[in-house]
Ligand binder design. Structure first.
Ligand SMILES: [Zn+2]
Length: 152
């Protein structure tokens, strides 16, 4: 695997660990249901597996959710810090939100690099253009935006 794929995989792994840790804390304090913890972790783990396996759908969702999640989680962390007023609990929540949000930015950029695009077979075999669109719903087929070549 190319270094950028490793960066992306490690970033998702860090995010999952922070998420699980925060979920355990929330469960212990009895403020959330188990579903609200298991669901995002399951999605992140599926994306992680997909990234390693070179699934284009995982690449697409990893980039989309990575950018959106990175912004939302970082803003939530800033909000927690701003309203903490020295409360340790809120500072811990802020730190855990930041630990989840921060790795998503390097993941987003790593997935956009040439090495990662090669790993996900996003490079057009005909003309070398690296920004195809999905040829079907699951993105198992790609279509070149430049020369319209299709490949698996
Ligand atoms: Zn092409």
């Amino acid at each position: 695997m190319s270094p950028s794929v490793w960066v992306a995989a490690v970033s998702v792994g860090m995010m999952v660990l922070a998420r699980v840790f925060m979920g355990v804390l929330a469960l212990l304090s009895g403020t959330v249901s188990i579903v609200s913890i298991v669901l995002p972790v399951a999605v992140a783990v599926l994306i992680l597996i997909g990234i390693i396996a070179g699934q284009r759908l995982a690449w697409q969702w990893g980039r989309l959710l990575g950018l959106l999640g990175g912004i939302v989680l970082t803003m939530a962390a800033v909000g927690a810090f701003a309203n903490a007023n020295g409360e340790v609990g809120m500072l811990v929540v802020g730190a855990l939100l930041l630990l989840q949000g921060a790795p998503l930015f390097p993941m987003f950029f790593a997935l956009g690099m040439r090495g990662a695009r090669e790993h996900f077979r996003l490079i057009c075999p005909a003309c070398g253009h690296a920004r195809p669109r999905g040829g079907n719903f699951l993105f198992t087929e790609a279509v070149c935006r430049k020369c319209a070549a299709r490949w698996k």
